[in-house]
Design a protein around this ligand. Structure first.
Ligand SMILES: [Zn+2]
Length: 106
């Protein structure tokens, strides 16, 4: 494995949610959960054994600038369509469709 491969992987992983206790920890893309009857995303930092949640963004509109934590990393882009809980965004010329809980207005 080359150095650039290692750095690339490290940078990609860094784009996910940061641990709230130690910023260099990667808390991943989270998972959808329900709290008080509302949709949230739960994050967990394994080394710190801490969990926290954020509400799912309910007012995402076409043309918003967003970040989306996809399964293989985070992308930034423009929303081109909103259909229920499916958000389509354009990032660097590539179209991605993601579940709403993975997308946040940036
Ligand atoms: Zn941590």
């Amino acid at each position: 494995m080359t150095t650039s491969t290692v750095l690339g992987t490290w940078r990609d992983r860094r784009r996910f949610a940061r641990c709230q206790r130690r910023l260099h920890h990667d808390a991943g893309a989270g998972r959808p959960v329900e709290r008080d009857g509302r949709a949230h995303v739960e994050y967990r930092c394994v080394p710190c054994d801490v969990r926290w949640v954020r509400p799912v963004d309910t007012d995402i509109d076409v043309e918003d600038v967003v970040r989306a934590d996809l399964g293989d990393g985070t992308v930034y882009g423009w929303v081109t369509a909103v259909e229920g809980d499916r958000i389509t965004l354009l990032s660097d010329g590539t179209t991605h469709t993601a579940d709403r809980w993975r997308v946040q207005v940036y």
